[in-house]
Design a protein around this ligand. Sequence first.
Ligand SMILES: Nc1ncnc2c1ncn2[C@@H]1O[C@H](COP(=O)(O)OP(=O)(O)OP(=O)(O)O)[C@@H](O)[C@H]1O
Ligand code: SF4
Ligand SMILES: [Mg+2]
Length: 411
Amino acid sequence: MADLTQNEVQTPPDAYLKVENLCKHFVVGKDFFGRPNAWLKAVDNVSFSVQKGKTLGIVGESGCGKTTMGRTILRLYDVTSGDVWFNGEKISALKNKEFDKRRPNMQMIFQDPYASLSPRLTVGEIIGEAARQHKLVDKSGYYDYVVDVMKMCGLQPHYFERYPHEFSGGQRQRICIARALALKPGLVICDEPVSALDVSIQAQIINMLIDLRKTLGLTYLFISHDLSVVKHISDEVGVMYLGTMVEYGKKEDIFNNTLHPYTKALFSAVPVPNVHVKMNRVILQGDIPSPVNPPKGCKFHTRCSECMDICTKAVPEYREIEPGHFCACHLFNTEEDSLRLLNEAKEREEREREEEAAKLKNRLKAKISSLKDKKPSSDAAAEEKADNGDIAEKVNADVGESAQNNKEDKS
Ligand SMILES: Nc1ncnc2c1ncn2[C@@H]1O[C@H](COP(=O)(O)OP(=O)(O)OP(=O)(O)O)[C@@H](O)[C@H]1O
Ligand code: SF4
Ligand SMILES: [Mg+2]
């Protein structure tokens, strides 16, 4: 048994980080008995892979599930379903204790450098404490180790004893990066690491991240709203919409041969600093739908300018359209694909309707049997009612008799 698990966990995948059909669903509603009956599909069936030393940029509107995906990969959230492979191991199958040993190798840099640093710890403690806990450095070498990491991230050694509130936003983000790098990670998930900073500081931090990637051989998952930043730093790009990856591929393919209508709309919204360039903007209609109750078929169909009949009925397949370039859109279906997907959707709908009817039937059966169980008490009630009737009759008769007697007495 132990061997089997070992085997399953250690089969080497063809990438440094590989995510297969990853789902993270949050329970957002419960029925009378406390059973979950509503889910928010924050990450829904996402698959991609990243090679060692490369950067995958993740883009998409606010609320599309970028942060949740990063946190689920690092197991800060439990995986609902799907697999995550990292460095040859299926980390989603590891026990918590086992995974904790690998945790230093996978780090995250958070969006808000103000909220993610403890105000009570000095810079030296923030950067070095986790490294000491994971025994990456002993007590004697601690100061030198932390100062080396600080220098690497552009922080002066005399900042060691100072507190986070004494620093600017850019310096705080450098402290966050130093804290992650002190653990000697292989993978760093950067969740909008520069969105809270002003433009000149953004450029410094981005360039520092690029340099560190080269010198330390890091692999990045780089989450951002800013397409120009993603274009600058990424080797590959993934586009997410309502928890689903709709397009994924090499940066050049995504920017020069955009396939998905949503990606086209995102890219057309980027301002071009040239008055002579005429922009052909695709304006997205309406708001992003609720992930608790997403539209049927293609989740983007309510806002897509190229929506067809099939888009409202069948979920598009996430398919490799050209080598290494994946897209989930019915525009790239063959006629057979469309027929098959429509049939599958119809069958699924019928199955769901039957399941719903069976559930309703079971509920009714349960209700009827519970009413039958209650019958003795209803009989008792009937008997009680009959008794009450008898008593009432008796009382009426008595009253009538006494009234008659009174009449007779009077006369
Ligand atoms: N702990 C949670 N419980 C329930 N729902 C959650 C939780 N965390 C996130 N969500 C929901 O999951 C969806 C995705 O959220 P997420 O923060 O991953 O989006 P995002 O793409 O990172 O957005 P932004 O660009 O604004 O940071 C949102 O609808 C959000 O409300
Ligand atoms: S599947 Fe249909 S609705 Fe969805 S993006 Fe493609 S064309 Fe638009
Ligand atoms: Mg986020």
